[in-house]
Design a binder for this molecule. Structure first.
Ligand code: NAD
Length: 493
C-alpha cells in the first residue's frame, strides 16, 4: 500500500471490519493513474455476516415509529450537506468527473434523503369503512426485511441514495455493495452513517465484485434487490434474484437518442446536447449518444455541435476550468477507441476525433476528447451499442415520424429528447417515444427525487423504479385487512 492508499473496509453490525478476502481489486485515480486503494472481493461468508446483522436488527427497527426513523435521515442530510465539498472531491478523485458534476451528484443524493424524510405521510395506507354492513377494509404498508443494493461506478454517491434512505425510512435494513471501481465515496458516507447513532445492523456495507453480488442474489435472507448497471448484468440479476424469490428492480444501460427539428433554437440545442453527450465524459446512463437531425436542422446543428466538441476542455476534474474528465479506466478508454475504430470501418466519418488524447501533466490518465461521428449507417452495430464514453453520432431523418421510428427501433429505452419550438410535435414525441424518461428541449432528463427514475424496454427490468413514491412502494409490503366485530355491529345505535 502506498501512502496515497486508503484501507477499504466493510461496515457490518455497526462496526468497521477488515475483510478476510483473499482477492482485491485495485482502485485508481482515473486522471492521474495513482493507486487509491484495494477493494476487497468479500467472500460469500462476509455477505452472510452482513445479512445476519441486518436480519437481527430488522424486528426492532420495524417497531421504531416512522417519525423516529426519519429523524436519523434529517441528521444524515445535515451531515451530507456539511461534508458536501469533501465528498464531491472524493467522487472526482475516484470516478473522474469534474468537481461541478460531483457537486451536482451530491445534491441529488441529498434530495433523495429529503424525499425519504417524507415517509411518515408517504407510507400511509388507506381504508374504507362498511365495505359491507359492519365490515371495514384497510391497506397498510409494512417493511419487507433485509434489502440489498448493488451499484454501478458512474455515480458513486447518488445511485445508492435512490434506494437506501427509502429502505431505511420504511423500516427495512440494508446491505449495500458499491462498485468495486469506486468504493471510496461510500467509505466516507458510512463514516457519516456511523456518526448517526443508528442501532447496529440497520445499514451494512460489503465491498466486492461480481462474486460478492452473486452471493447477495442467492442469499435466502435477502428479500429485495435494487440493482443499477449494464443491461447484460441487469438482465442476469433480474432473473437470478427473482428465481431466488426476491422482489427485484434492475436499471440497465442506454443508448439515448436526441431528435432535433429545424424549428429548434439550434445554438442552444447544440450547447445542451454537447453537455449531455460529453458531460461526465459520456459516462451517464442519460448521456445523449445519437442525434437524429430532421430536414434542414442537419447542417447547422452538426456545425454547432462540432464546434462545441472541439472547444471542450478535457483534464483532471479537480483542476479549475476543466469541462470533461477522464473515463473510468484504461480498459474503458481502449474499448471506446476500439468502438470508434469499428464505426469508421463501418463507414462513419470522424467530424471530431477524440482518440489518443493526451493531457499535459497527466500522462497516466484515461483521457479521451469529445468525438463526433457522421454518416454511421443505422444498420451498424455501433449505432445501437452503448459506448459509455464521450462519443456521439449524427444521423438524418426527413420527418419527425421517421425520427420517432428510429428512437423506438433500438434495444434500449432509457431516455429520448426532442428539440423543437412546436408544441404539437413535442406532444407527439412525448406520446410515442417508448422510453422511460423524456426531455423536451432538455438534454439530460434526470428525474428529481420526487419522481421515479424511470426506464423502459432493455434499460429496465421490473416495475417499480428507484426514487419517489415508487421507492416507498418497492420497500414496503402492502397488507390488506378486512375486519368485522359482530358484537359492535349488533349494538343498537
Ligand atoms: P456493471 O454492470 O459492470 O456493474 C454494476 C454493478 O454490478 C457493480 O457493483 C458490479 O460489481 C456488479 N456486477 C457486474 N456484473 C455482475 C453480474 N453478472 N452479476 C451481479 N452483479 C454484477 O456496470 P458499471 O460499468 O459499473 O456501470 C455502467 C453501466 O450502468 C452502464 O451500462 C450504464 O448505462 C448503467 N447505468 C444505468 C443507470 C440507470 O438508471 N438505468 C444509471 C447508471 C448507470
Amino acid at each position: 500500500m502506498t501512502h496515497m492508499e486508503t484501507p477499504i473496509r466493510n461496515y457490518v453490525g455497526g462496526q468497521w471490519r477488515t475483510s478476510r478476502a483473499p482477492d482485491h481489486s485495485p482502485v485508481w485515480n482515473p486522471a492521474t493513474g495513482e493507486p487509491l486503494g484495494r477493494a476487497p472481493m468479500s467472500p460469500a461468508m462476509e455477505v452472510d455476516e452482513a445479512v445476519e446483522a441486518a436480519a437481527k436488527a430488522a424486528p426492532a427497527w420495524r417497531r421504531v415509529p416512522v417519525g423516529e426513523r426519519t429523524a436519523f435521515l434529517f441528521k444524515l442530510r445535515e451531515l451530507l450537506r456539511q461534508n458536501l465539498e469533501e465528498l464531491s472531491r472524493m467522487i472526482t478523485i475516484e470516478c473522474g468527473k469534474t468537481l461541478a458534476e460531483s457537486r451536482g451528484e451530491m445534491l441529488r443524493a441529498i434530495e433523495n434523503v429529503e424525499m425519504a424524510c417524507g415517509a411518515p405521510s408517504l407510507i400511509q395506507g388507506y381504508n374504507s369503512e362498511d365495505i359491507a354492513a359492519g365490515i371495514d377494509e384497510s391497506m397498510i404498508r409494512q417493511p419487507i426485511g433485509v434489502c440489498a443494493i448493488i451499484a454501478p461506478f458512474n455515480f458513486p454517491a447518488m445511485i445508492p441514495f435512490w434506494f437506501l434512505p427509502y429502505a431505511v425510512a420504511c423500516g427495512n435494513t440494508v446491505v449495500l455493495k458499491p462498485s468495486e471501481r469506486v468504493p471510496l465515496t461510500m467509505q466516507r458516507v458510512f463514516d457519516l452513517i456511523d456518526a448517526l447513532g443508528l442501532p447496529p445492523g440497520i445499514v451494512n456495507l460489503v465491498n466486492g465484485g461480481r462474486e460478492t453480488a452473486s452471493a447477495i442474489l442467492d442469499h435466502p435472507g435477502i428479500r429485495a434487490v435494487s440493482f443499477v448497471g449494464s443491461s447484460a448484468a441487469a438482465r442476469h440479476v433480474y432473473a437470478r434474484a427473482a428465481a431466488a424469490g426476491k422482489r427485484v428492480q434492475c436499471q440497465g444501460g442506454a443508448k439515448n437518442p436526441v431528435v432535433v427539428l429545424p424549428d429548434a433554437d439550434l445554438t442552444t440545442a447544440s450547447e445542451i446536447v454537447a453537455d449531455s453527450a460529453f458531460g461526465c465524459a459520456g459516462q451517464r446512463c442519460l448521456a445523449a449518444s445519437v442525434v437524429i437531425a430532421v430536414g434542414d436542422a442537419a447542417r447547422p446543428f452538426t456545425a454547432a455541435l462540432q464546434q462545441k466538441a472541439e472547444s471542450r476542455i478535457t483534464g483532471y476534474g479537480l483542476d479549475e476550468g476543466v469541462q470533461m474528465g477522464p473515463v473510468i479506466a484504461p480498459e474503458s478508454k481502449a474499448r471506446i477507441e476500439g468502438l470508434v475504430g469499428k464505426a469508421v470501418s463501418d463507414g462513419a466519418q470522424l467530424a471530431v476525433d477524440g482518440r489518443n488524447a493526451r493531457v499535459p501533466n497527466y500522462q497516466k490518465g484515461s483521457f479521451l476528447r469529445p468525438t463526433v461521428l457522421l454518416n454511421l449507417p443505422l444498420s451498424s452495430d455501433i449505432a445501437r451499442t452503448e459506448i459509455f464514453g464521450p462519443v456521439i453520432s449524427i444521423h438524418h431523418a426527413s420527418s419527425i415520424d421517421e425520427a420517432i421510428a428510429i428512437v423506438n427501433s433500438g434495444e434500449y429505452g432509457n431516455m429520448a429528447c426532442l428539440f423543437t419550438s412546436d408544441g404539437a410535435n413535442a406532444r407527439k414525441f412525448r406520446y410515442l417515444a417508448e422510453v422511460g424518461n423524456v426531455g423536451i428541449n432538455v438534454g439530460v432528463a434526470a428525474p428529481m427525487a420526487q419522481f421515479p427514475f424511470s426506464g423502459a424496454r432493455g434499460s429496465f427490468f421490473g416495475d417499480l423504479h428507484g426514487q419517489g413514491t415508487d421507492a416507498i412502494e418497492f420497500f414496503t409490503q402492502q397488507k390488506v385487512v378486512i375486519e368485522r366485530w359482530p358484537k359492535e355491529w349488533s349494538r343498537k345505535f
